[in-house]
Design a protein around this ligand. Sequence first.
Ligand SMILES: [Zn+2]
Length: 116
Amino acid sequence: MSEGFAQIKEQLFKERHELLQEVSNSYEVCRDLGQDGVPDIGDMSSVAYSRDVLFNVSETQRQRINDIDVALQQIEKGEYGICMSCGEGISPRRMEVRPFSRYCIECKTDIEKLGA
Ligand SMILES: [Zn+2]
């Protein structure tokens, strides 16, 4: 079992590293867009659009990094694969598809229904 965790940890660290790189790349693109002199109105809306897209992308990535951090903490505490809501084990199949699941499928469905 601990061997399996080592593999998951490695995978999570790798993904975290890649996400961090993507986020910093996004910031660089944003900065470049902002340094493009004074664009005409047409350009400005496309710049604003690109910024929005990049912002949303990096927001999603930040969220994922946070999910990965939580998963890593759970591995450390020996709580990995346990639902944070009901305390039941999350199905290995689900953990495989989404290695940083915090909730079992039942609780996740309930949470989504509540809009949280
Ligand atoms: Zn649950």
